[in-house]
Design a binder for this molecule. Structure first.
Ligand code: A3D
Length: 311
């Protein structure tokens, strides 16, 4: 059996870490693609990871390239092409530059890897995954945006930090757009099955929700020149792994909704099952009135950004 093939479109901060994690998980051979100006840089990253393999024995190949021919027959494509935020910027501020990049990427992925499962990471996420979907014409089950996994991971982290209990035992979900209006569903968060509402005061929970919503910006400010990259890469590779190994993980992701959660015709963060069929199912559940209102607010933000794509 041939190995799986994973192509990373964009070999910057997240791209390099995606390659490293994909190699560590032995998910398949890896192609790091970037623009010609960056070809030497991605070749360097690929060679560096190649030389890390002997220590843990990962039997996968990694190449860097600026030739789209090299992504042919990829099983999974992960897109980080574009620019990240700088301090003071909203994700929405990236749209003018990242929109044209995403259109170019979508046309090339459609041409060279038409059967792939595509995970979009570029921001503004909900509009960029929508752009890829519209321009490529891919089926809705083959295109997904990475955001909810990261936002939920951040919420889990802050709950673990607050309680002092293992992050492994914290479960929770964040719905909605990947922006400051995202919707942490606190009433469903648990630590080892015990509701967090019984463990943490209402006031502290409100502060944790707020920190979660602005967690991306907190890192942008600390880094000073760019945005988070370790955790985003890990989240996207969890999604890729679930597809490749048909694990049927349940992960909140930006998914094309057709009526689910009252959303029609937009990508927004909802819990989905990822297996060999791609996005196999959206797991809908009943929201409270407050949660519905919050989801409508985040949907309005997503609609506004999507309108700017003109698609
Ligand atoms: P960065 O390190 O700048 O890497 C982006 C790479 O894209 C660079 O190497 C560019 O050369 C490359 N690129 C530019 N244009 C093209 C093109 N046309 N084709 C192929 N490659 C191209 O950024 P990063 O890796 O830190 O972030 C990448 C994107 O992810 C940004 O848009 C971030 O805002 C976004 N991001 C999203 C999340 C989510 O949770 C959704 C989290 C963190 C970052």
């Amino acid at each position: 059996m041939d190995r799986n093939k994973i192509a990373l479109i964009g070999g910057g901060q997240i791209g390099g870490n995606l390659a490293l994690i994909a190699a560590e998980k032995e998910l398949g051979d890896i192609v790091i693609f970037d623009i010609p100006k960056m070809e030497s840089m991605v070749k360097g990253k690929a060679l560096d990871i190649m030389q890390l393999r002997p220590h843990d024995g990962y039997d996968v190949n990694i190449i860097g390239t600026s030739d789209y021919q090299d992504i042919k027959e990829s099983d999974v494509i992960v897109i980080t092409a574009g620019i990240p935020r700088k301090p003071g910027m909203d994700r929405e501020d990236l749209i003018s530059i990242n929109l044209s990049i995403m259109k170019d990427v979508a046309n090339n992925v459609k041409k060279y890897a038409p059967d792939s499962f595509v995970i979009v990471i570029s921001n503004p996420l909900d509009a960029m995954v929508y752009t890829f979907y519209k321009v490529s014409g891919f089926a809705k089950n083959k295109v997904v945006g990475m955001a909810g996994a990261l936002d939920s991971g951040r919420f889990r982290t802050f709950i673990a930090m607050e309680t002092g209990y293992s992050v492994q035992d914290v479960t929770c979900i964040v719905l909605g757009g990947h922006g400051d209006s995202m919707v942490p569903i606190t009433r469903l968060a648990t630590v080892g099955g015990v509701p967090v509402t019984d463990l943490i005061s209402t006031e502290r929970l409100a502060e944790i929700e707020h920190r979660t919503r602005f967690a991306g910006g907190e890192i942008v400010k600390l880094l000073g020149n760019g945005s988070a990259y370790y955790a985003p890469a890990q989240c996207a590779m969890e999604m890729a792994e679930s597809y490749i190994k048909d694990k049927k993980r349940v992960i909140p992701c930006a998914t094309f909704c057709e009526g689910e959660f009252g959303v029609n015709g937009y990508f927004i963060g909802v819990p989905i099952v990822i297996g060999s069929g791609g996005v196999e199912k959206i797991l809908e559940f009943t929201l409270t009135d407050d949660e519905k209102t919050a989801l409508n607010n985040t949907l309005d933000v997503v609609k506004k950004t999507v309108a700017e794509t003109g698609l």
